[in-house]
Design a protein around this ligand. Structure first.
Ligand code: NAD
Ligand code: KPL
Length: 305
């Protein structure tokens, strides 16, 4: 099996992973959107990773989805709404033993990807690392964090897992990756939409703790109904801890809305509301929050799914 890391998406997290793996001497190839992006990348000469005040360029080879050769190991580092279409384009190149690492936040996109690549092993990831693009092909590592990876269908650790440690990517194999993803989704549902609706930093939500408490109660009910009771444990307390620890930050959804970018609402609050509906649950606070967010996004001319 080839040991090349194909990385789709040279945005924030994709570039962060690509540069660290390349720095550790691992074989990496970027997959870019189209010929125009490929040409622009080749003119730039590589990806630049900025850590504190140190910037270094990595001349990582790149191609488009239509490039040659089979793909055995794919890191999918695009937004949740781009994940399934991206894999559909790559499907003809996926080897029979292909493994796909899914870096998407939220839930729902993982199943959409699995539908496009039914033979591939899909490994789900949940990341608390932070990175953002300063400009094209230049990414700043903005926040130390951690990565949990796991496969809900099969507990075996992939043979390449040590590549991550060798590359300085903090990671742990997790047999309860779905619990982690649900917990993060619940935190994002309790915090991110309200920062958009109240137009505030995370800390601004300290003035709306009643609203957050009732949302957390409904989210807890939903998690238990979805077979994720551990993800519901002390949810309200953790939401408050995260709000305090990130009081001066703007949530990722707030930043997307402010920049006029599409949000991942469909895979966060949207996913929670669809799961509640599937279970025949009435969760009025959550549904009302979703409706207010959808109206807000629509009024700004942004996609609401
Ligand atoms: P990003 O928008 O910075 O990067 C995504 C990249 O994928 C873009 O460059 C885009 O052009 C590219 N892309 C999309 N479709 C493509 C295709 N078909 N072919 C080739 N390239 C394609 O996004 P990001 O911030 O890196 O986020 C990726 C995922 O990681 C999201 O789900 C996000 O919520 C999650 N996440 C991000 C961070 C962070 O700090 N940035 C932290 C935790 C989780
Ligand atoms: O993950 C976050 C985000 O902004 O997306 C936090 C900081 C937890 C807020 O929900």
């Amino acid at each position: 099996m080839s040991s090349t890391w194909h990385i789709l998406g040279a945005g924030s997290l994709g570039s962060l992973w690509a540069c660290r793996l390349a720095r550790a001497g691992k074989a990496v190839r970027l997959i870019l959107r189209d010929g125009q992006r490929l040409q622009a990348y080749q003119q730039a000469g590589g990806l630049t990773l900025v850590e504190q005040d140190h910037a270094r360029m990595y001349a990582i080879p790149a191609e488009t989805a239509e490039g040659d050769g089979p793909i055995h190991r794919l890191l999918l580092a695009c937004k949740a709404y781009d994940a399934a279409p991206a894999v559909a384009r790559l499907a003809p190149r996926l080897a029979a033993d292909a493994e796909i690492v899914l870096l998407q936040n939220g839930l729902g996109s993982q199943d959409e990807v699995a539908d496009q690549a039914p033979l591939a092993r899909c490994i789900f990831a949940s990341s608390t690392e932070g990175a953002f693009s300063e400009s094209d092909w230049r990414v700043r590592f903005a926040g130390q964090g951690f990565n949990w990876l796991g496969d809900p269908g099969y507990p075996g650790v992939p043979q390449w897992f040590d590549d991550l440690h060798a590359a300085g990517i903090p990671a742990q194999w997790s047999v309860d990756i779905l619990t982690r993803l649900w917990r993060k989704l619940a935190l994002n549902c309790a915090i991110n939409p309200l920062t958009v609706l109240h137009d505030c930093q995370n800390g601004g939500l300290l003035g709306h703790l009643d609203e957050i408490d009732s949302l957390c109660a409904e989210l807890g009910e939903l998690l238990r109904q979805c077979g994720q009771p551990k993800a519901a444990d002390d949810l309200g307390e953790e939401v408050q801890r995260v709000i305090l620890a990130t009081a001066a930050n703007y949530s990722s959804m707030y930043q997307d809305v402010r920049a006029g970018r599409r949000t991942e609402v469909h895979y966060l609050l949207g996913h929670a509301c669809r799961a509640a509906e599937r279970h025949g649950m009435a969760l009025p606070q959550l549904e009302h929050l979703h409706q207010r967010l959808v109206d807000n996004l629509r009024a700004r001319g942004l996609p609401c799914a």
